[in-house]
Every structure is written in structure tokens, then in C-alpha cells.
Design a protein. Sequence first.
Length: 190
Amino acid sequence: METLQDKIRRVTAEQVQVVAYDPAWAMLFEQERDHLLDCMPQGMIIRIEHFGSTAVVGLAAKPFVDMVIEVNEVALAKTIVPQILEPQGYDCFWRPTLGDDTPPWYTWCIKRDTAGHRTHHLHFGEVGFKNDELRFREILRTQPSVAAAYAELKLRLADEHNANRVAYAEAKGDFIQRVMRQAHGDARPG
């Protein structure tokens, strides 16, 4: 049986790929949203949103749909979500939102297609736990110059960190933090 460490090693070892925008991503979001609403206990899900680069028309992205699923009981989702989704082939993890062992925690699941490629990242957590990511999505949707700069950065970083998903994600952090500070009226450098 695969240990948690083996599972983490397996999913973090996959290469980083950034591709041109695919209009099918919006449909993949809708299909998965409908699937989750059908298979999860009634009343557990409060809100489902498409976020990340695949939610921004025209933006290059890693080719899987990020979804935030706000739930009414995070502790219940911790057990229920893997019980329902892992038999369907998803990989599910209980993980901190920020840093190592830093609350709030959430259930994160990876869905794959029949060829084993990631198609969705599902983030099940408390109401508001991904608000910053949703704000960043809105900035990218409404500010084409920021979206273009972000796409350029992601393509470069995918090339530099092709074999290291964690380093790729961390390397985008400075850009995202700068954009978020500017959005909040704090344009100080660094």
C-alpha cells in the first residue's frame, strides 16, 4: 500500500508544463462542479469557484482546472471527501493553507484523465480560505498587462523548474505578492 510520503513524492515529481489557453477549461470546470454537487452530501458544499490561470481567458496555464470548494464543516470534509473521491481515482491530501503545519487546513484532491494526466486540482476548505487567490484571479481577468506579465513569468519558470513543482510554485510568489500589494494600494517595492 502506498504511504503518504510515497504519494507526496509521486505527485510532486511530475513535470511542470505551461500551455496556451484552452477554452475547454471552462467546460471542464462546469462538468466537475456538477459532478461534485451530485456526489458530495447535500448541503456540505457552500460555494464552488474556478480559480487559477485556467479561469482567465487567454492566459497560459498548467493544463488543469483549479477549483475552490467551500464547505460548511472542514473536519467532515477531511474524511468524507477522500472516502468519496479516492475510489473514483482521485489523490486526496489533508494539507495546510500556508507553510508547514500552519492552519487553516484543507482537503486537496488531484483528478486525472484516463492517460494519468492531471485535469483538476480541488481545494475543499472553510469559507474564505482562498479569497486572496480569487482576488488575484479577478486582477488577471481585468488587467491584461498584469496577465501578460504573469504568463511570461510562468513560461520562463516552467522552463527553469521543469522537474520541480514546488520550486515553480514558490518562484511565482514574489510576483503575486507584488500584484496583491499594488491592488491594496501599497506599491512599496519588495
